[in-house]
Each structure stands twice: as C-alpha cells, then as structure tokens.
Design a protein around this ligand. Structure first.
Ligand SMILES: [Zn+2]
Length: 66
C-alpha cells in the first residue's frame, strides 16, 4: 500500500524492518499513526489552499528529481 507524505505529498517508501515510512523528498520519517495525525492536522487548513500548495510542491519535487 502506497502512503503519501503528509508534508509534501510525495510517495513514501515503507521500511518493513522499522515499520516506518520514509519520504525521500523532504526526509520525513514517521510511523503510520504519525502520518494519520499529521494528515488530520493538515485538514484544519483550507482544503483548496492545501491542494494548490501540494500541486506546487509535487511539481518542484518532480523537477528537482530530474
Ligand atoms: Zn515529504
């Protein structure tokens, strides 16, 4: 199952040994529970604003990856 980073929206890779998710984009290293917590917090901000922000961040991540 693919998890998306609550901070930047990038795809996170799961580490079976530690049961944690690592975001290769921003370096966030959290458990599944922490992802859900962060996601809940993020929902308090405007959904539209967040969506816009996420698109920009994903775009810049995508460009920096090349
Ligand atoms: Zn991230």
């Amino acid at each position: 199952m693919v998890e998306r980073c609550p901070e930047c929206g990038a795809v996170m890779s799961y580490e079976i040994s530690t049961k944690k998710y690592l975001c290769k984009s921003c370096g966030l290293y959290v458990t599944k529970e922490q992802i859900l917590e962060l996601r809940e917090k993020a929902q308090t901000t405007s959904e539209k604003e967040k969506k816009k922000q996420r698109q920009n961040e994903v775009l810049s991540w995508w460009l920096s990856k090349k």
